[in-house]
Write a protein of this length. Structure first.
Lengths: 483, 324
């Protein structure tokens, strides 16, 4: 497939490294120091932003995290921006359940449009209409508004796309429409698209009979017969060629998506804080992390474990210098204008798959997102903090210890809570109370009610089989079938 | 108008709806209800005047939404028109705009991006120069603290429907946000009490979304109502009495008045909207409006609340039609 801008996308790593250093020499950090996010922090660390001119120099700067962003927005909302030319502030409910607002200026929107076009050329060579059905996310996540930004890029470039904007809340209206207007591609969260596919399979016979009643014809009659003879799947009705999936690791869903929709699934990695998304190429050997829009680093897993044990500040290495197979937390410095993020710890644990040139010709390093580092119960689209769970269980009284194991039945996650009742507490009562406490977590209840997460199972046990890091820290949330 | 009808007559969708007889004048064309539109589009979505770059859902009061296609040129033209609508409505460079959207998907969610990112679509016009903070009501129901940041940025302009604004204000209050008081309120949704409106802003300008238009239609701070320019919309009115009779007797075909003949009257707005992909011709919007003024350049209307009887009648009529 053609590469939109080979001079950048297929540039040697040395050129990309030079491009990143050029950003530092051209005053990226002096510009960033206008924000209250960095000023005091760097002053206290004795950092002169003008003196940071190389990638090695960058290592001297302190990291920032999501909590720092939230704090500065809370306490200095009028002293955050480095450039007043902000067009739109973008927010989601946040991976950790705590919202963050990110300013996008003209440069950020231009970056977004450029990435949209790169992805278009990565995933299709079609000359006719590339028909894309986007299933935005319902509350409590984001609405379909962001899809219009994708559209703007395609329209400005006059590409032959056709967007069909929908959401799971309008699935019935949309699926009826899509049956005639078959999409080439679908975009959404993998768990939601699979949930929609389940609905299609379950309701196909009824829908076929309704279509026959509505418009008796050979075609609709064939539909009725087909649903009697075989269990119709989404792939029989819609046949999209590809799917772009983000918001949760694709690995547990890739095979079920192929079975249900018959499509080739591409994984997409994006975050609210940074208007850039990274996608797999047709080689499907990892997500290309665009290294011309940021300086990517990784904090190796061992350093993270040491940090947990003794509180030491972990060192990061440039992603280009990481060995294939290296695991660690993704850190980046963005080239944004409105608010550059400097050494931002994402909390995402990534695996570096390769830093060599890909079979597609692109040189940007390839990664896989393995999960989250922070204190989070991650059920894919459904996430909440461990602290919230601990608070709810603690409020019950009568529980001395607990552990949450996340297992998968098929592709769906199921939380299994093991608890140790206090002496004298009734195990059955504690089990019931803990079940109610978990179901009181809004986002979890919503996930269960919508079939994205299997119902919580709670078991009272005499003792917990503890899992610890090498440094001895107890892990309360364990993913039994990691993606 | 004959050009629009001629273009429409090339489409199987309208040929079928018109039973093969192309109308010579707009008044001769049969109405299109939301139910009929859904059926027409389902059968003929592949045959448009220009290829669609976007299919978006347009909500219809008391009924299911309808799919509306837009061509490349529609999106660019609508981005251009949006700049005029927002400027006429009173947006100024430097404004901080809090845009409250209902749950998607619907065409109104294009509004924040039409405000923020029109540059790439309309490169020859200066950008609006405003900051937009979009909030979705249902998202906020799960995260009331999402409101804290936009409320603390002291928005000068508030955009949303009369229904959603109260919800957002309640959530913000619960989250401990400072009270909101803006210079300008751009209000869509059902008509609401002026005292309620004044609780949010000094000045209120109405917005109205019509099928076939990606950008809203709006008014001006110094005058009432919403302006529908004739080069984009041809407005007609089914007066209340006719509308009521058509609800009671679905077989009855009501009579619509051209806007110029309906000044001062209230009733259902019938809209003919020019759209390069698929013109919308004599669409019964189920929006109750009053025609304030009409001239050769366009029509000024105000949205008024439908009576409960009309709402219930529409709902049951829609249900019986979809079953039938």
């Amino acid at each position: 497939m053609p590469i939109l801008h080979p001079e950048v996308e297929a540039a040697p790593l040395g050129d990309l490294r030079a491009l990143e250093e050029r950003q530092l020499r051209n005053g990226l950090l002096v510009h960033a120091s206008r924000s209250a996010l960095y000023r005091a922090r760097w002053r206290e660390a004795g950092i002169d932003p003008g003196a940071i001119r190389t990638l090695e120099d960058l290592q001297r700067l302190p990291y920032i995290r999501g909590v720092d962003l939230r704090e500065v927005w809370q306490h200095h909302p009028h002293d955050v921006l480095c450039d007043p030319d902000v067009r739109i502030w973008f927010a989601t409910s946040g991976t950790t359940g705590a919202p963050k607002w990110t300013p996008y200026g003209r440069q950020e929107l231009a970056m977004f449009e450029e990435v949209v076009l790169r992805v278009y050329h990565m995933t299709t060579t079609r000359q006719d209409a590339f028909r894309i059905a986007i299933f935005g996310t319902p509350a409590p996540f984001v609405s379909d508004a962001a899809a219009y930004a994708l559209l703007a890029a395609h329209v400005a470039a006059r590409l032959p796309v056709e967007y069909i904007l929908s959401s799971p809340t309008q699935a019935a209206v949309t699926l009826s429409f899509l049956a005639d207007r078959r999409p080439t591609a679908v975009i959404g969260f993998p768990s939601l698209l699979l949930r929609i596919a389940e609905g299609i399979a379950a309701e196909a016979p009824q829908a076929a009979r309704a279509a026959w009643r509505d418009e008796p014809s050979l075609r609709t009659f064939a539909g009725v017969v087909a649903t009697r003879m075989l269990r119709l799947q989404a792939r029989h009705l819609y046949r999209p060629e590809i799917g772009l999936f983000g918001g949760e690791p694709l690995a547990p869903y890739r095979r079920p998506l192929l079975d249900a929709w018959g499509l080739r699934a591409y994984e997409l990695y994006a975050m609210t804080e940074y208007p850039c998304f990274h996608v797999e190429c047709p080689e499907q050997s990892g997500i290309h992390l665009w290294a011309d829009w940021c300086i990517p680093e990784i904090i190796p897993l061992e350093a993270l474990d040491r940090e947990e044990a003794d509180g030491s500040v972990p060192a990061a290495i440039h992603l280009f210098d990481a060995a294939p197979g290296a695991l660690g937390e993704f850190v980046f410095t963005s080239f944004a204008r409105a608010l550059p993020l400097v050494r931002y710890r994402t909390g995402d644990v990534i695996e570096v798959l390769a830093v060599a040139r890909c079979g597609c010709g692109r040189t940007h390093p390839r990664i896989r997102v393995r999960g989250r580092r922070d204190d989070l119960v991650n059920l894919g689209l459904i996430r909440f903090s461990t602290a919230e769970l601990d608070r709810r269980l603690g409020a019950l009284g009568g529980i001395t210890n607990w552990q949450l194991r996340i297992v998968r039945r098929g592709y769906k996650p199921q939380p299994m809570l093991y608890l140790v009742p206090a002496t004298g507490a009734d195990p059955a009562e504690m089990t019931d109370a803990a079940t109610r406490a978990m179901n009181d977590i809004d986002v979890l209840r919503l996930g269960i009610e919508n079939g994205l997460v299997l119902p919580v199972e709670v078991k009272a046990v005499p003792q917990i089989d503890e899992v610890r890091t090498w440094s001895g820290k107890r892990r309360r949330v364990i993913e039994e079938a990691p993606s | 108008m004959s050009t629009l009808l001629d273009r429409a007559a090339t489409l199987p969708l309208y040929r079928a709806h018109w039973h093969g007889r192309a109308p010579r004048a707009l008044e001769e064309a049969p109405f299109v209800t939301a139910w009929a539109w859904r059926r027409m589009v389902k059968r003929h979505a592949g045959a448009l005047i220009r290829p669609a770059v976007l299919w978006a859902l347009h909500p219809v009061p008391g009924d299911d939404p309808v799919w509306i296609p837009f061509a490349h040129d529609d999106v660019a033209a609508e981005a251009r028109r949006a700049l005029d609508v927002f400027r006429d409505a009173g947006l100024r460079p430097g404004d901080v705009v809090l845009s409250v959207a209902p749950e998607g998907p619907w065409v109104g969610n294009a509004l924040p991006f039409l405000m923020a990112a029109a540059d790439s679509l309309v490169p020859d016009r200066p950008p609006l120069g405003v900051q937009v903070l979009p909030l979705a009501v249902l998202t906020v129901t799960f995260r009331p603290d999402l409101t804290l940041f936009p409320f603390r940025r002291l928005p000068t302009v508030l955009v949303g429907s009369s229904v959603d604004l109260h919800a957002i204000a309640d959530f913000a209050r619960a989250a401990g946000a400072p009270p909101l008081r803006c210079r300008l309120l751009l209000l869509s949704g059902p008509a609401t009490e002026p005292t309620v409106v004044r609780g949010f802003a000094e000045t209120c300008v109405s917005l109205l979304h019509l099928p076939g238009a990606l950008a809203p239609f709006g008014g001006r701070p110094d005058g009432p109502g919403v302006w529908l320019p004739r080069d984009k919309v041809r407005a007609e009115l089914i007066p209340d009495a006719e509308w009521g009779r058509s609800i009671q007797d679905p077989a009855y075909v009501p009579r619509a008045l051209p806007a110029a003949a309906a000044q001062g009257l209230s009733g259902e707005l019938v809209a003919t909207v020019d759209d390069e992909a698929l013109p919308v011709i004599r669409f019964r919007t189920q929006e109750r409006v009053r025609v304030l003024a009409a001239d050769a350049a366009g029509v000024r209307i105000s949205r008024i609340a439908p009576s409960p009887g009309v709402v219930n009648g529409l709902r049951s009529a829609a249900t019986s039609m979809s079953r039938g």
